[in-house]
Structures are given as C-alpha cells and as structure tokens.
Write a protein that binds this ligand. Structure first.
Ligand SMILES: [Zn+2]
Length: 219
C-alpha cells in the first residue's frame, strides 16, 4: 500500500508546514498547529502553485501585537497612577515637613496618639505621655522630612516607567519604574504598586514586552 500523495504547504497564519493530500489542494483545510482555516494552494496551471488563502484566523487569537499592548497597558497605567499619587502625597509632605516643622510635628504627634490607642507606649507613665509624645514628634519629624523628597522622586520614576511602557519609549526606564513601584519606594499604594510593578517586570521580560520596545535579544 502506498501512502497518499501529498504536497507540503505552509499555513498562511503561523507558517507551520503541513502535508495536504493532493485531492484537498484548492479546498478549505485547517492548520493543526494554530487551527486557522485556509484554502490550500492549488496548481495554477503554469507549473507553479497559487498562494494559500487565509479564510479565518485561529479562534481566540487577536491580531498580532494587540494582545501584548493590552497586557502591557494595565501595569503601565497602574505605575502611572501610583506615580501620580506618590508624587502628590510625598511632594506635599516634603513641603510640609521642610517649610512647616511645627505643623509637621503636630501631624506626627497625631499619629502617635492614634498609635497609643493600639497599645503603643503603654509603659510610659500616665502623666508623662503628652510631654513624651511632643518630644518624640519633634525628633521624628526632623528625620522624616528627609524621607519624603526621595520618595517623591521614586514616585516620579514609577510614573515615568509607566509612561515609558505605554509609549514603548525606554526599556531601562520602564524596568526601573517597575522595580521602584514593586518595592514600594514611593511610600504609598503598596499593594497595587507591588502588583503593577511585578506584572510590569514580567511583561517586560516576555517576548511581547521585548517586541513592544523593539528588542529581540535577552538582556
Ligand atoms: Zn497555522
């Protein structure tokens, strides 16, 4: 018994090579690899073969590129959102702690009072608590003001990283922005920031992420 005669054709959707029996040439066939339907090429009468004609895309597959962009845009917007929130919050606090030390100390003292409600400083003598809170608030506000400017800068990096992803702009900046948000260096949005940062990093490492930035080689 001889095997049926076949022609090797290439799927117009995924370029998978498949063997098509001669009697199916010119007929609709399905690619076993990507499940696209296409009309198998047929002899064109001059000794050559007509081109395969794609009839339907594989089910569930988007046009190339679209999917990657959508998967990248979500973390990009997450980073930009956390970035804006972080720049606003840290920028405001940086200004407050630098320009209004008295107000800043009151702000910190307020946090201490709330912390006492959770049992913080329970060993402090009853009559000393107000004085201790006041002293600690001034001391804490003094070093805390050095925290907000770099945190605002980190938030700006997260924002620029998100923008970089959205625009396919600078791969390194996108990575730095993801790490910044992922480690919560922005000081706010810890859970969404970590999620957006981690997701962004994974997407950047993926083939789609590299292609989005026009990169082909691993870094
Ligand atoms: Zn295919």
């Amino acid at each position: 018994m001889t095997p049926p005669e076949t022609e090797v054709v290439s799927c117009p959707a995924c370029n998978h090579l498949l063997r098509v029996p001669l009697d199916l040439l010119g007929q609709p066939v399905q690619c076993p690899e990507c499940r696209a339907m296409f009309r198998a090429p047929a002899p064109d009468g001059t000794g050559g073969m007509a081109a395969a004609e794609l009839l339907s895309r594989p089910p569930g597959a988007a046009a190339p590129g679209r999917r990657a962009d959508a998967a990248l845009l979500l973390p990009a917007f997450g980073l930009m959102f956390c970035g804006v929130a972080g720049v606003g919050t840290n920028g405001y606090l940086a200004y407050l702690f630098a320009a209004e030390p008295g107000v800043a100390a009151e702000y910190v003292r307020d946090q201490f009072s709330k912390a006492r409600g959770y049992g913080f400083g329970a060993d402090d003598p009853e009559g000393e608590r107000d004085r201790l809170d006041g002293e600690r608030a001034v001391a804490t506000a003094r070093w805390m003001r050095w925290y907000f400017p770099p945190a605002a800068g980190a938030a700006l990096l997260a924002f620029l990283g998100g923008l970089s992803i959205a625009l396919g702009w600078n791969y390194r900046l996108a990575q730095v922005g993801c790490v910044t948000a992922g480690l919560n260096l922005t000081g706010c949005c810890c859970v969404p920031g970590a999620a957006a940062g981690l997701w962004g990093l994974l997407m950047l490492r993926s083939g789609e992420g590299r292609a989005h930035f026009g990169r082909s080689t691993p870094v």
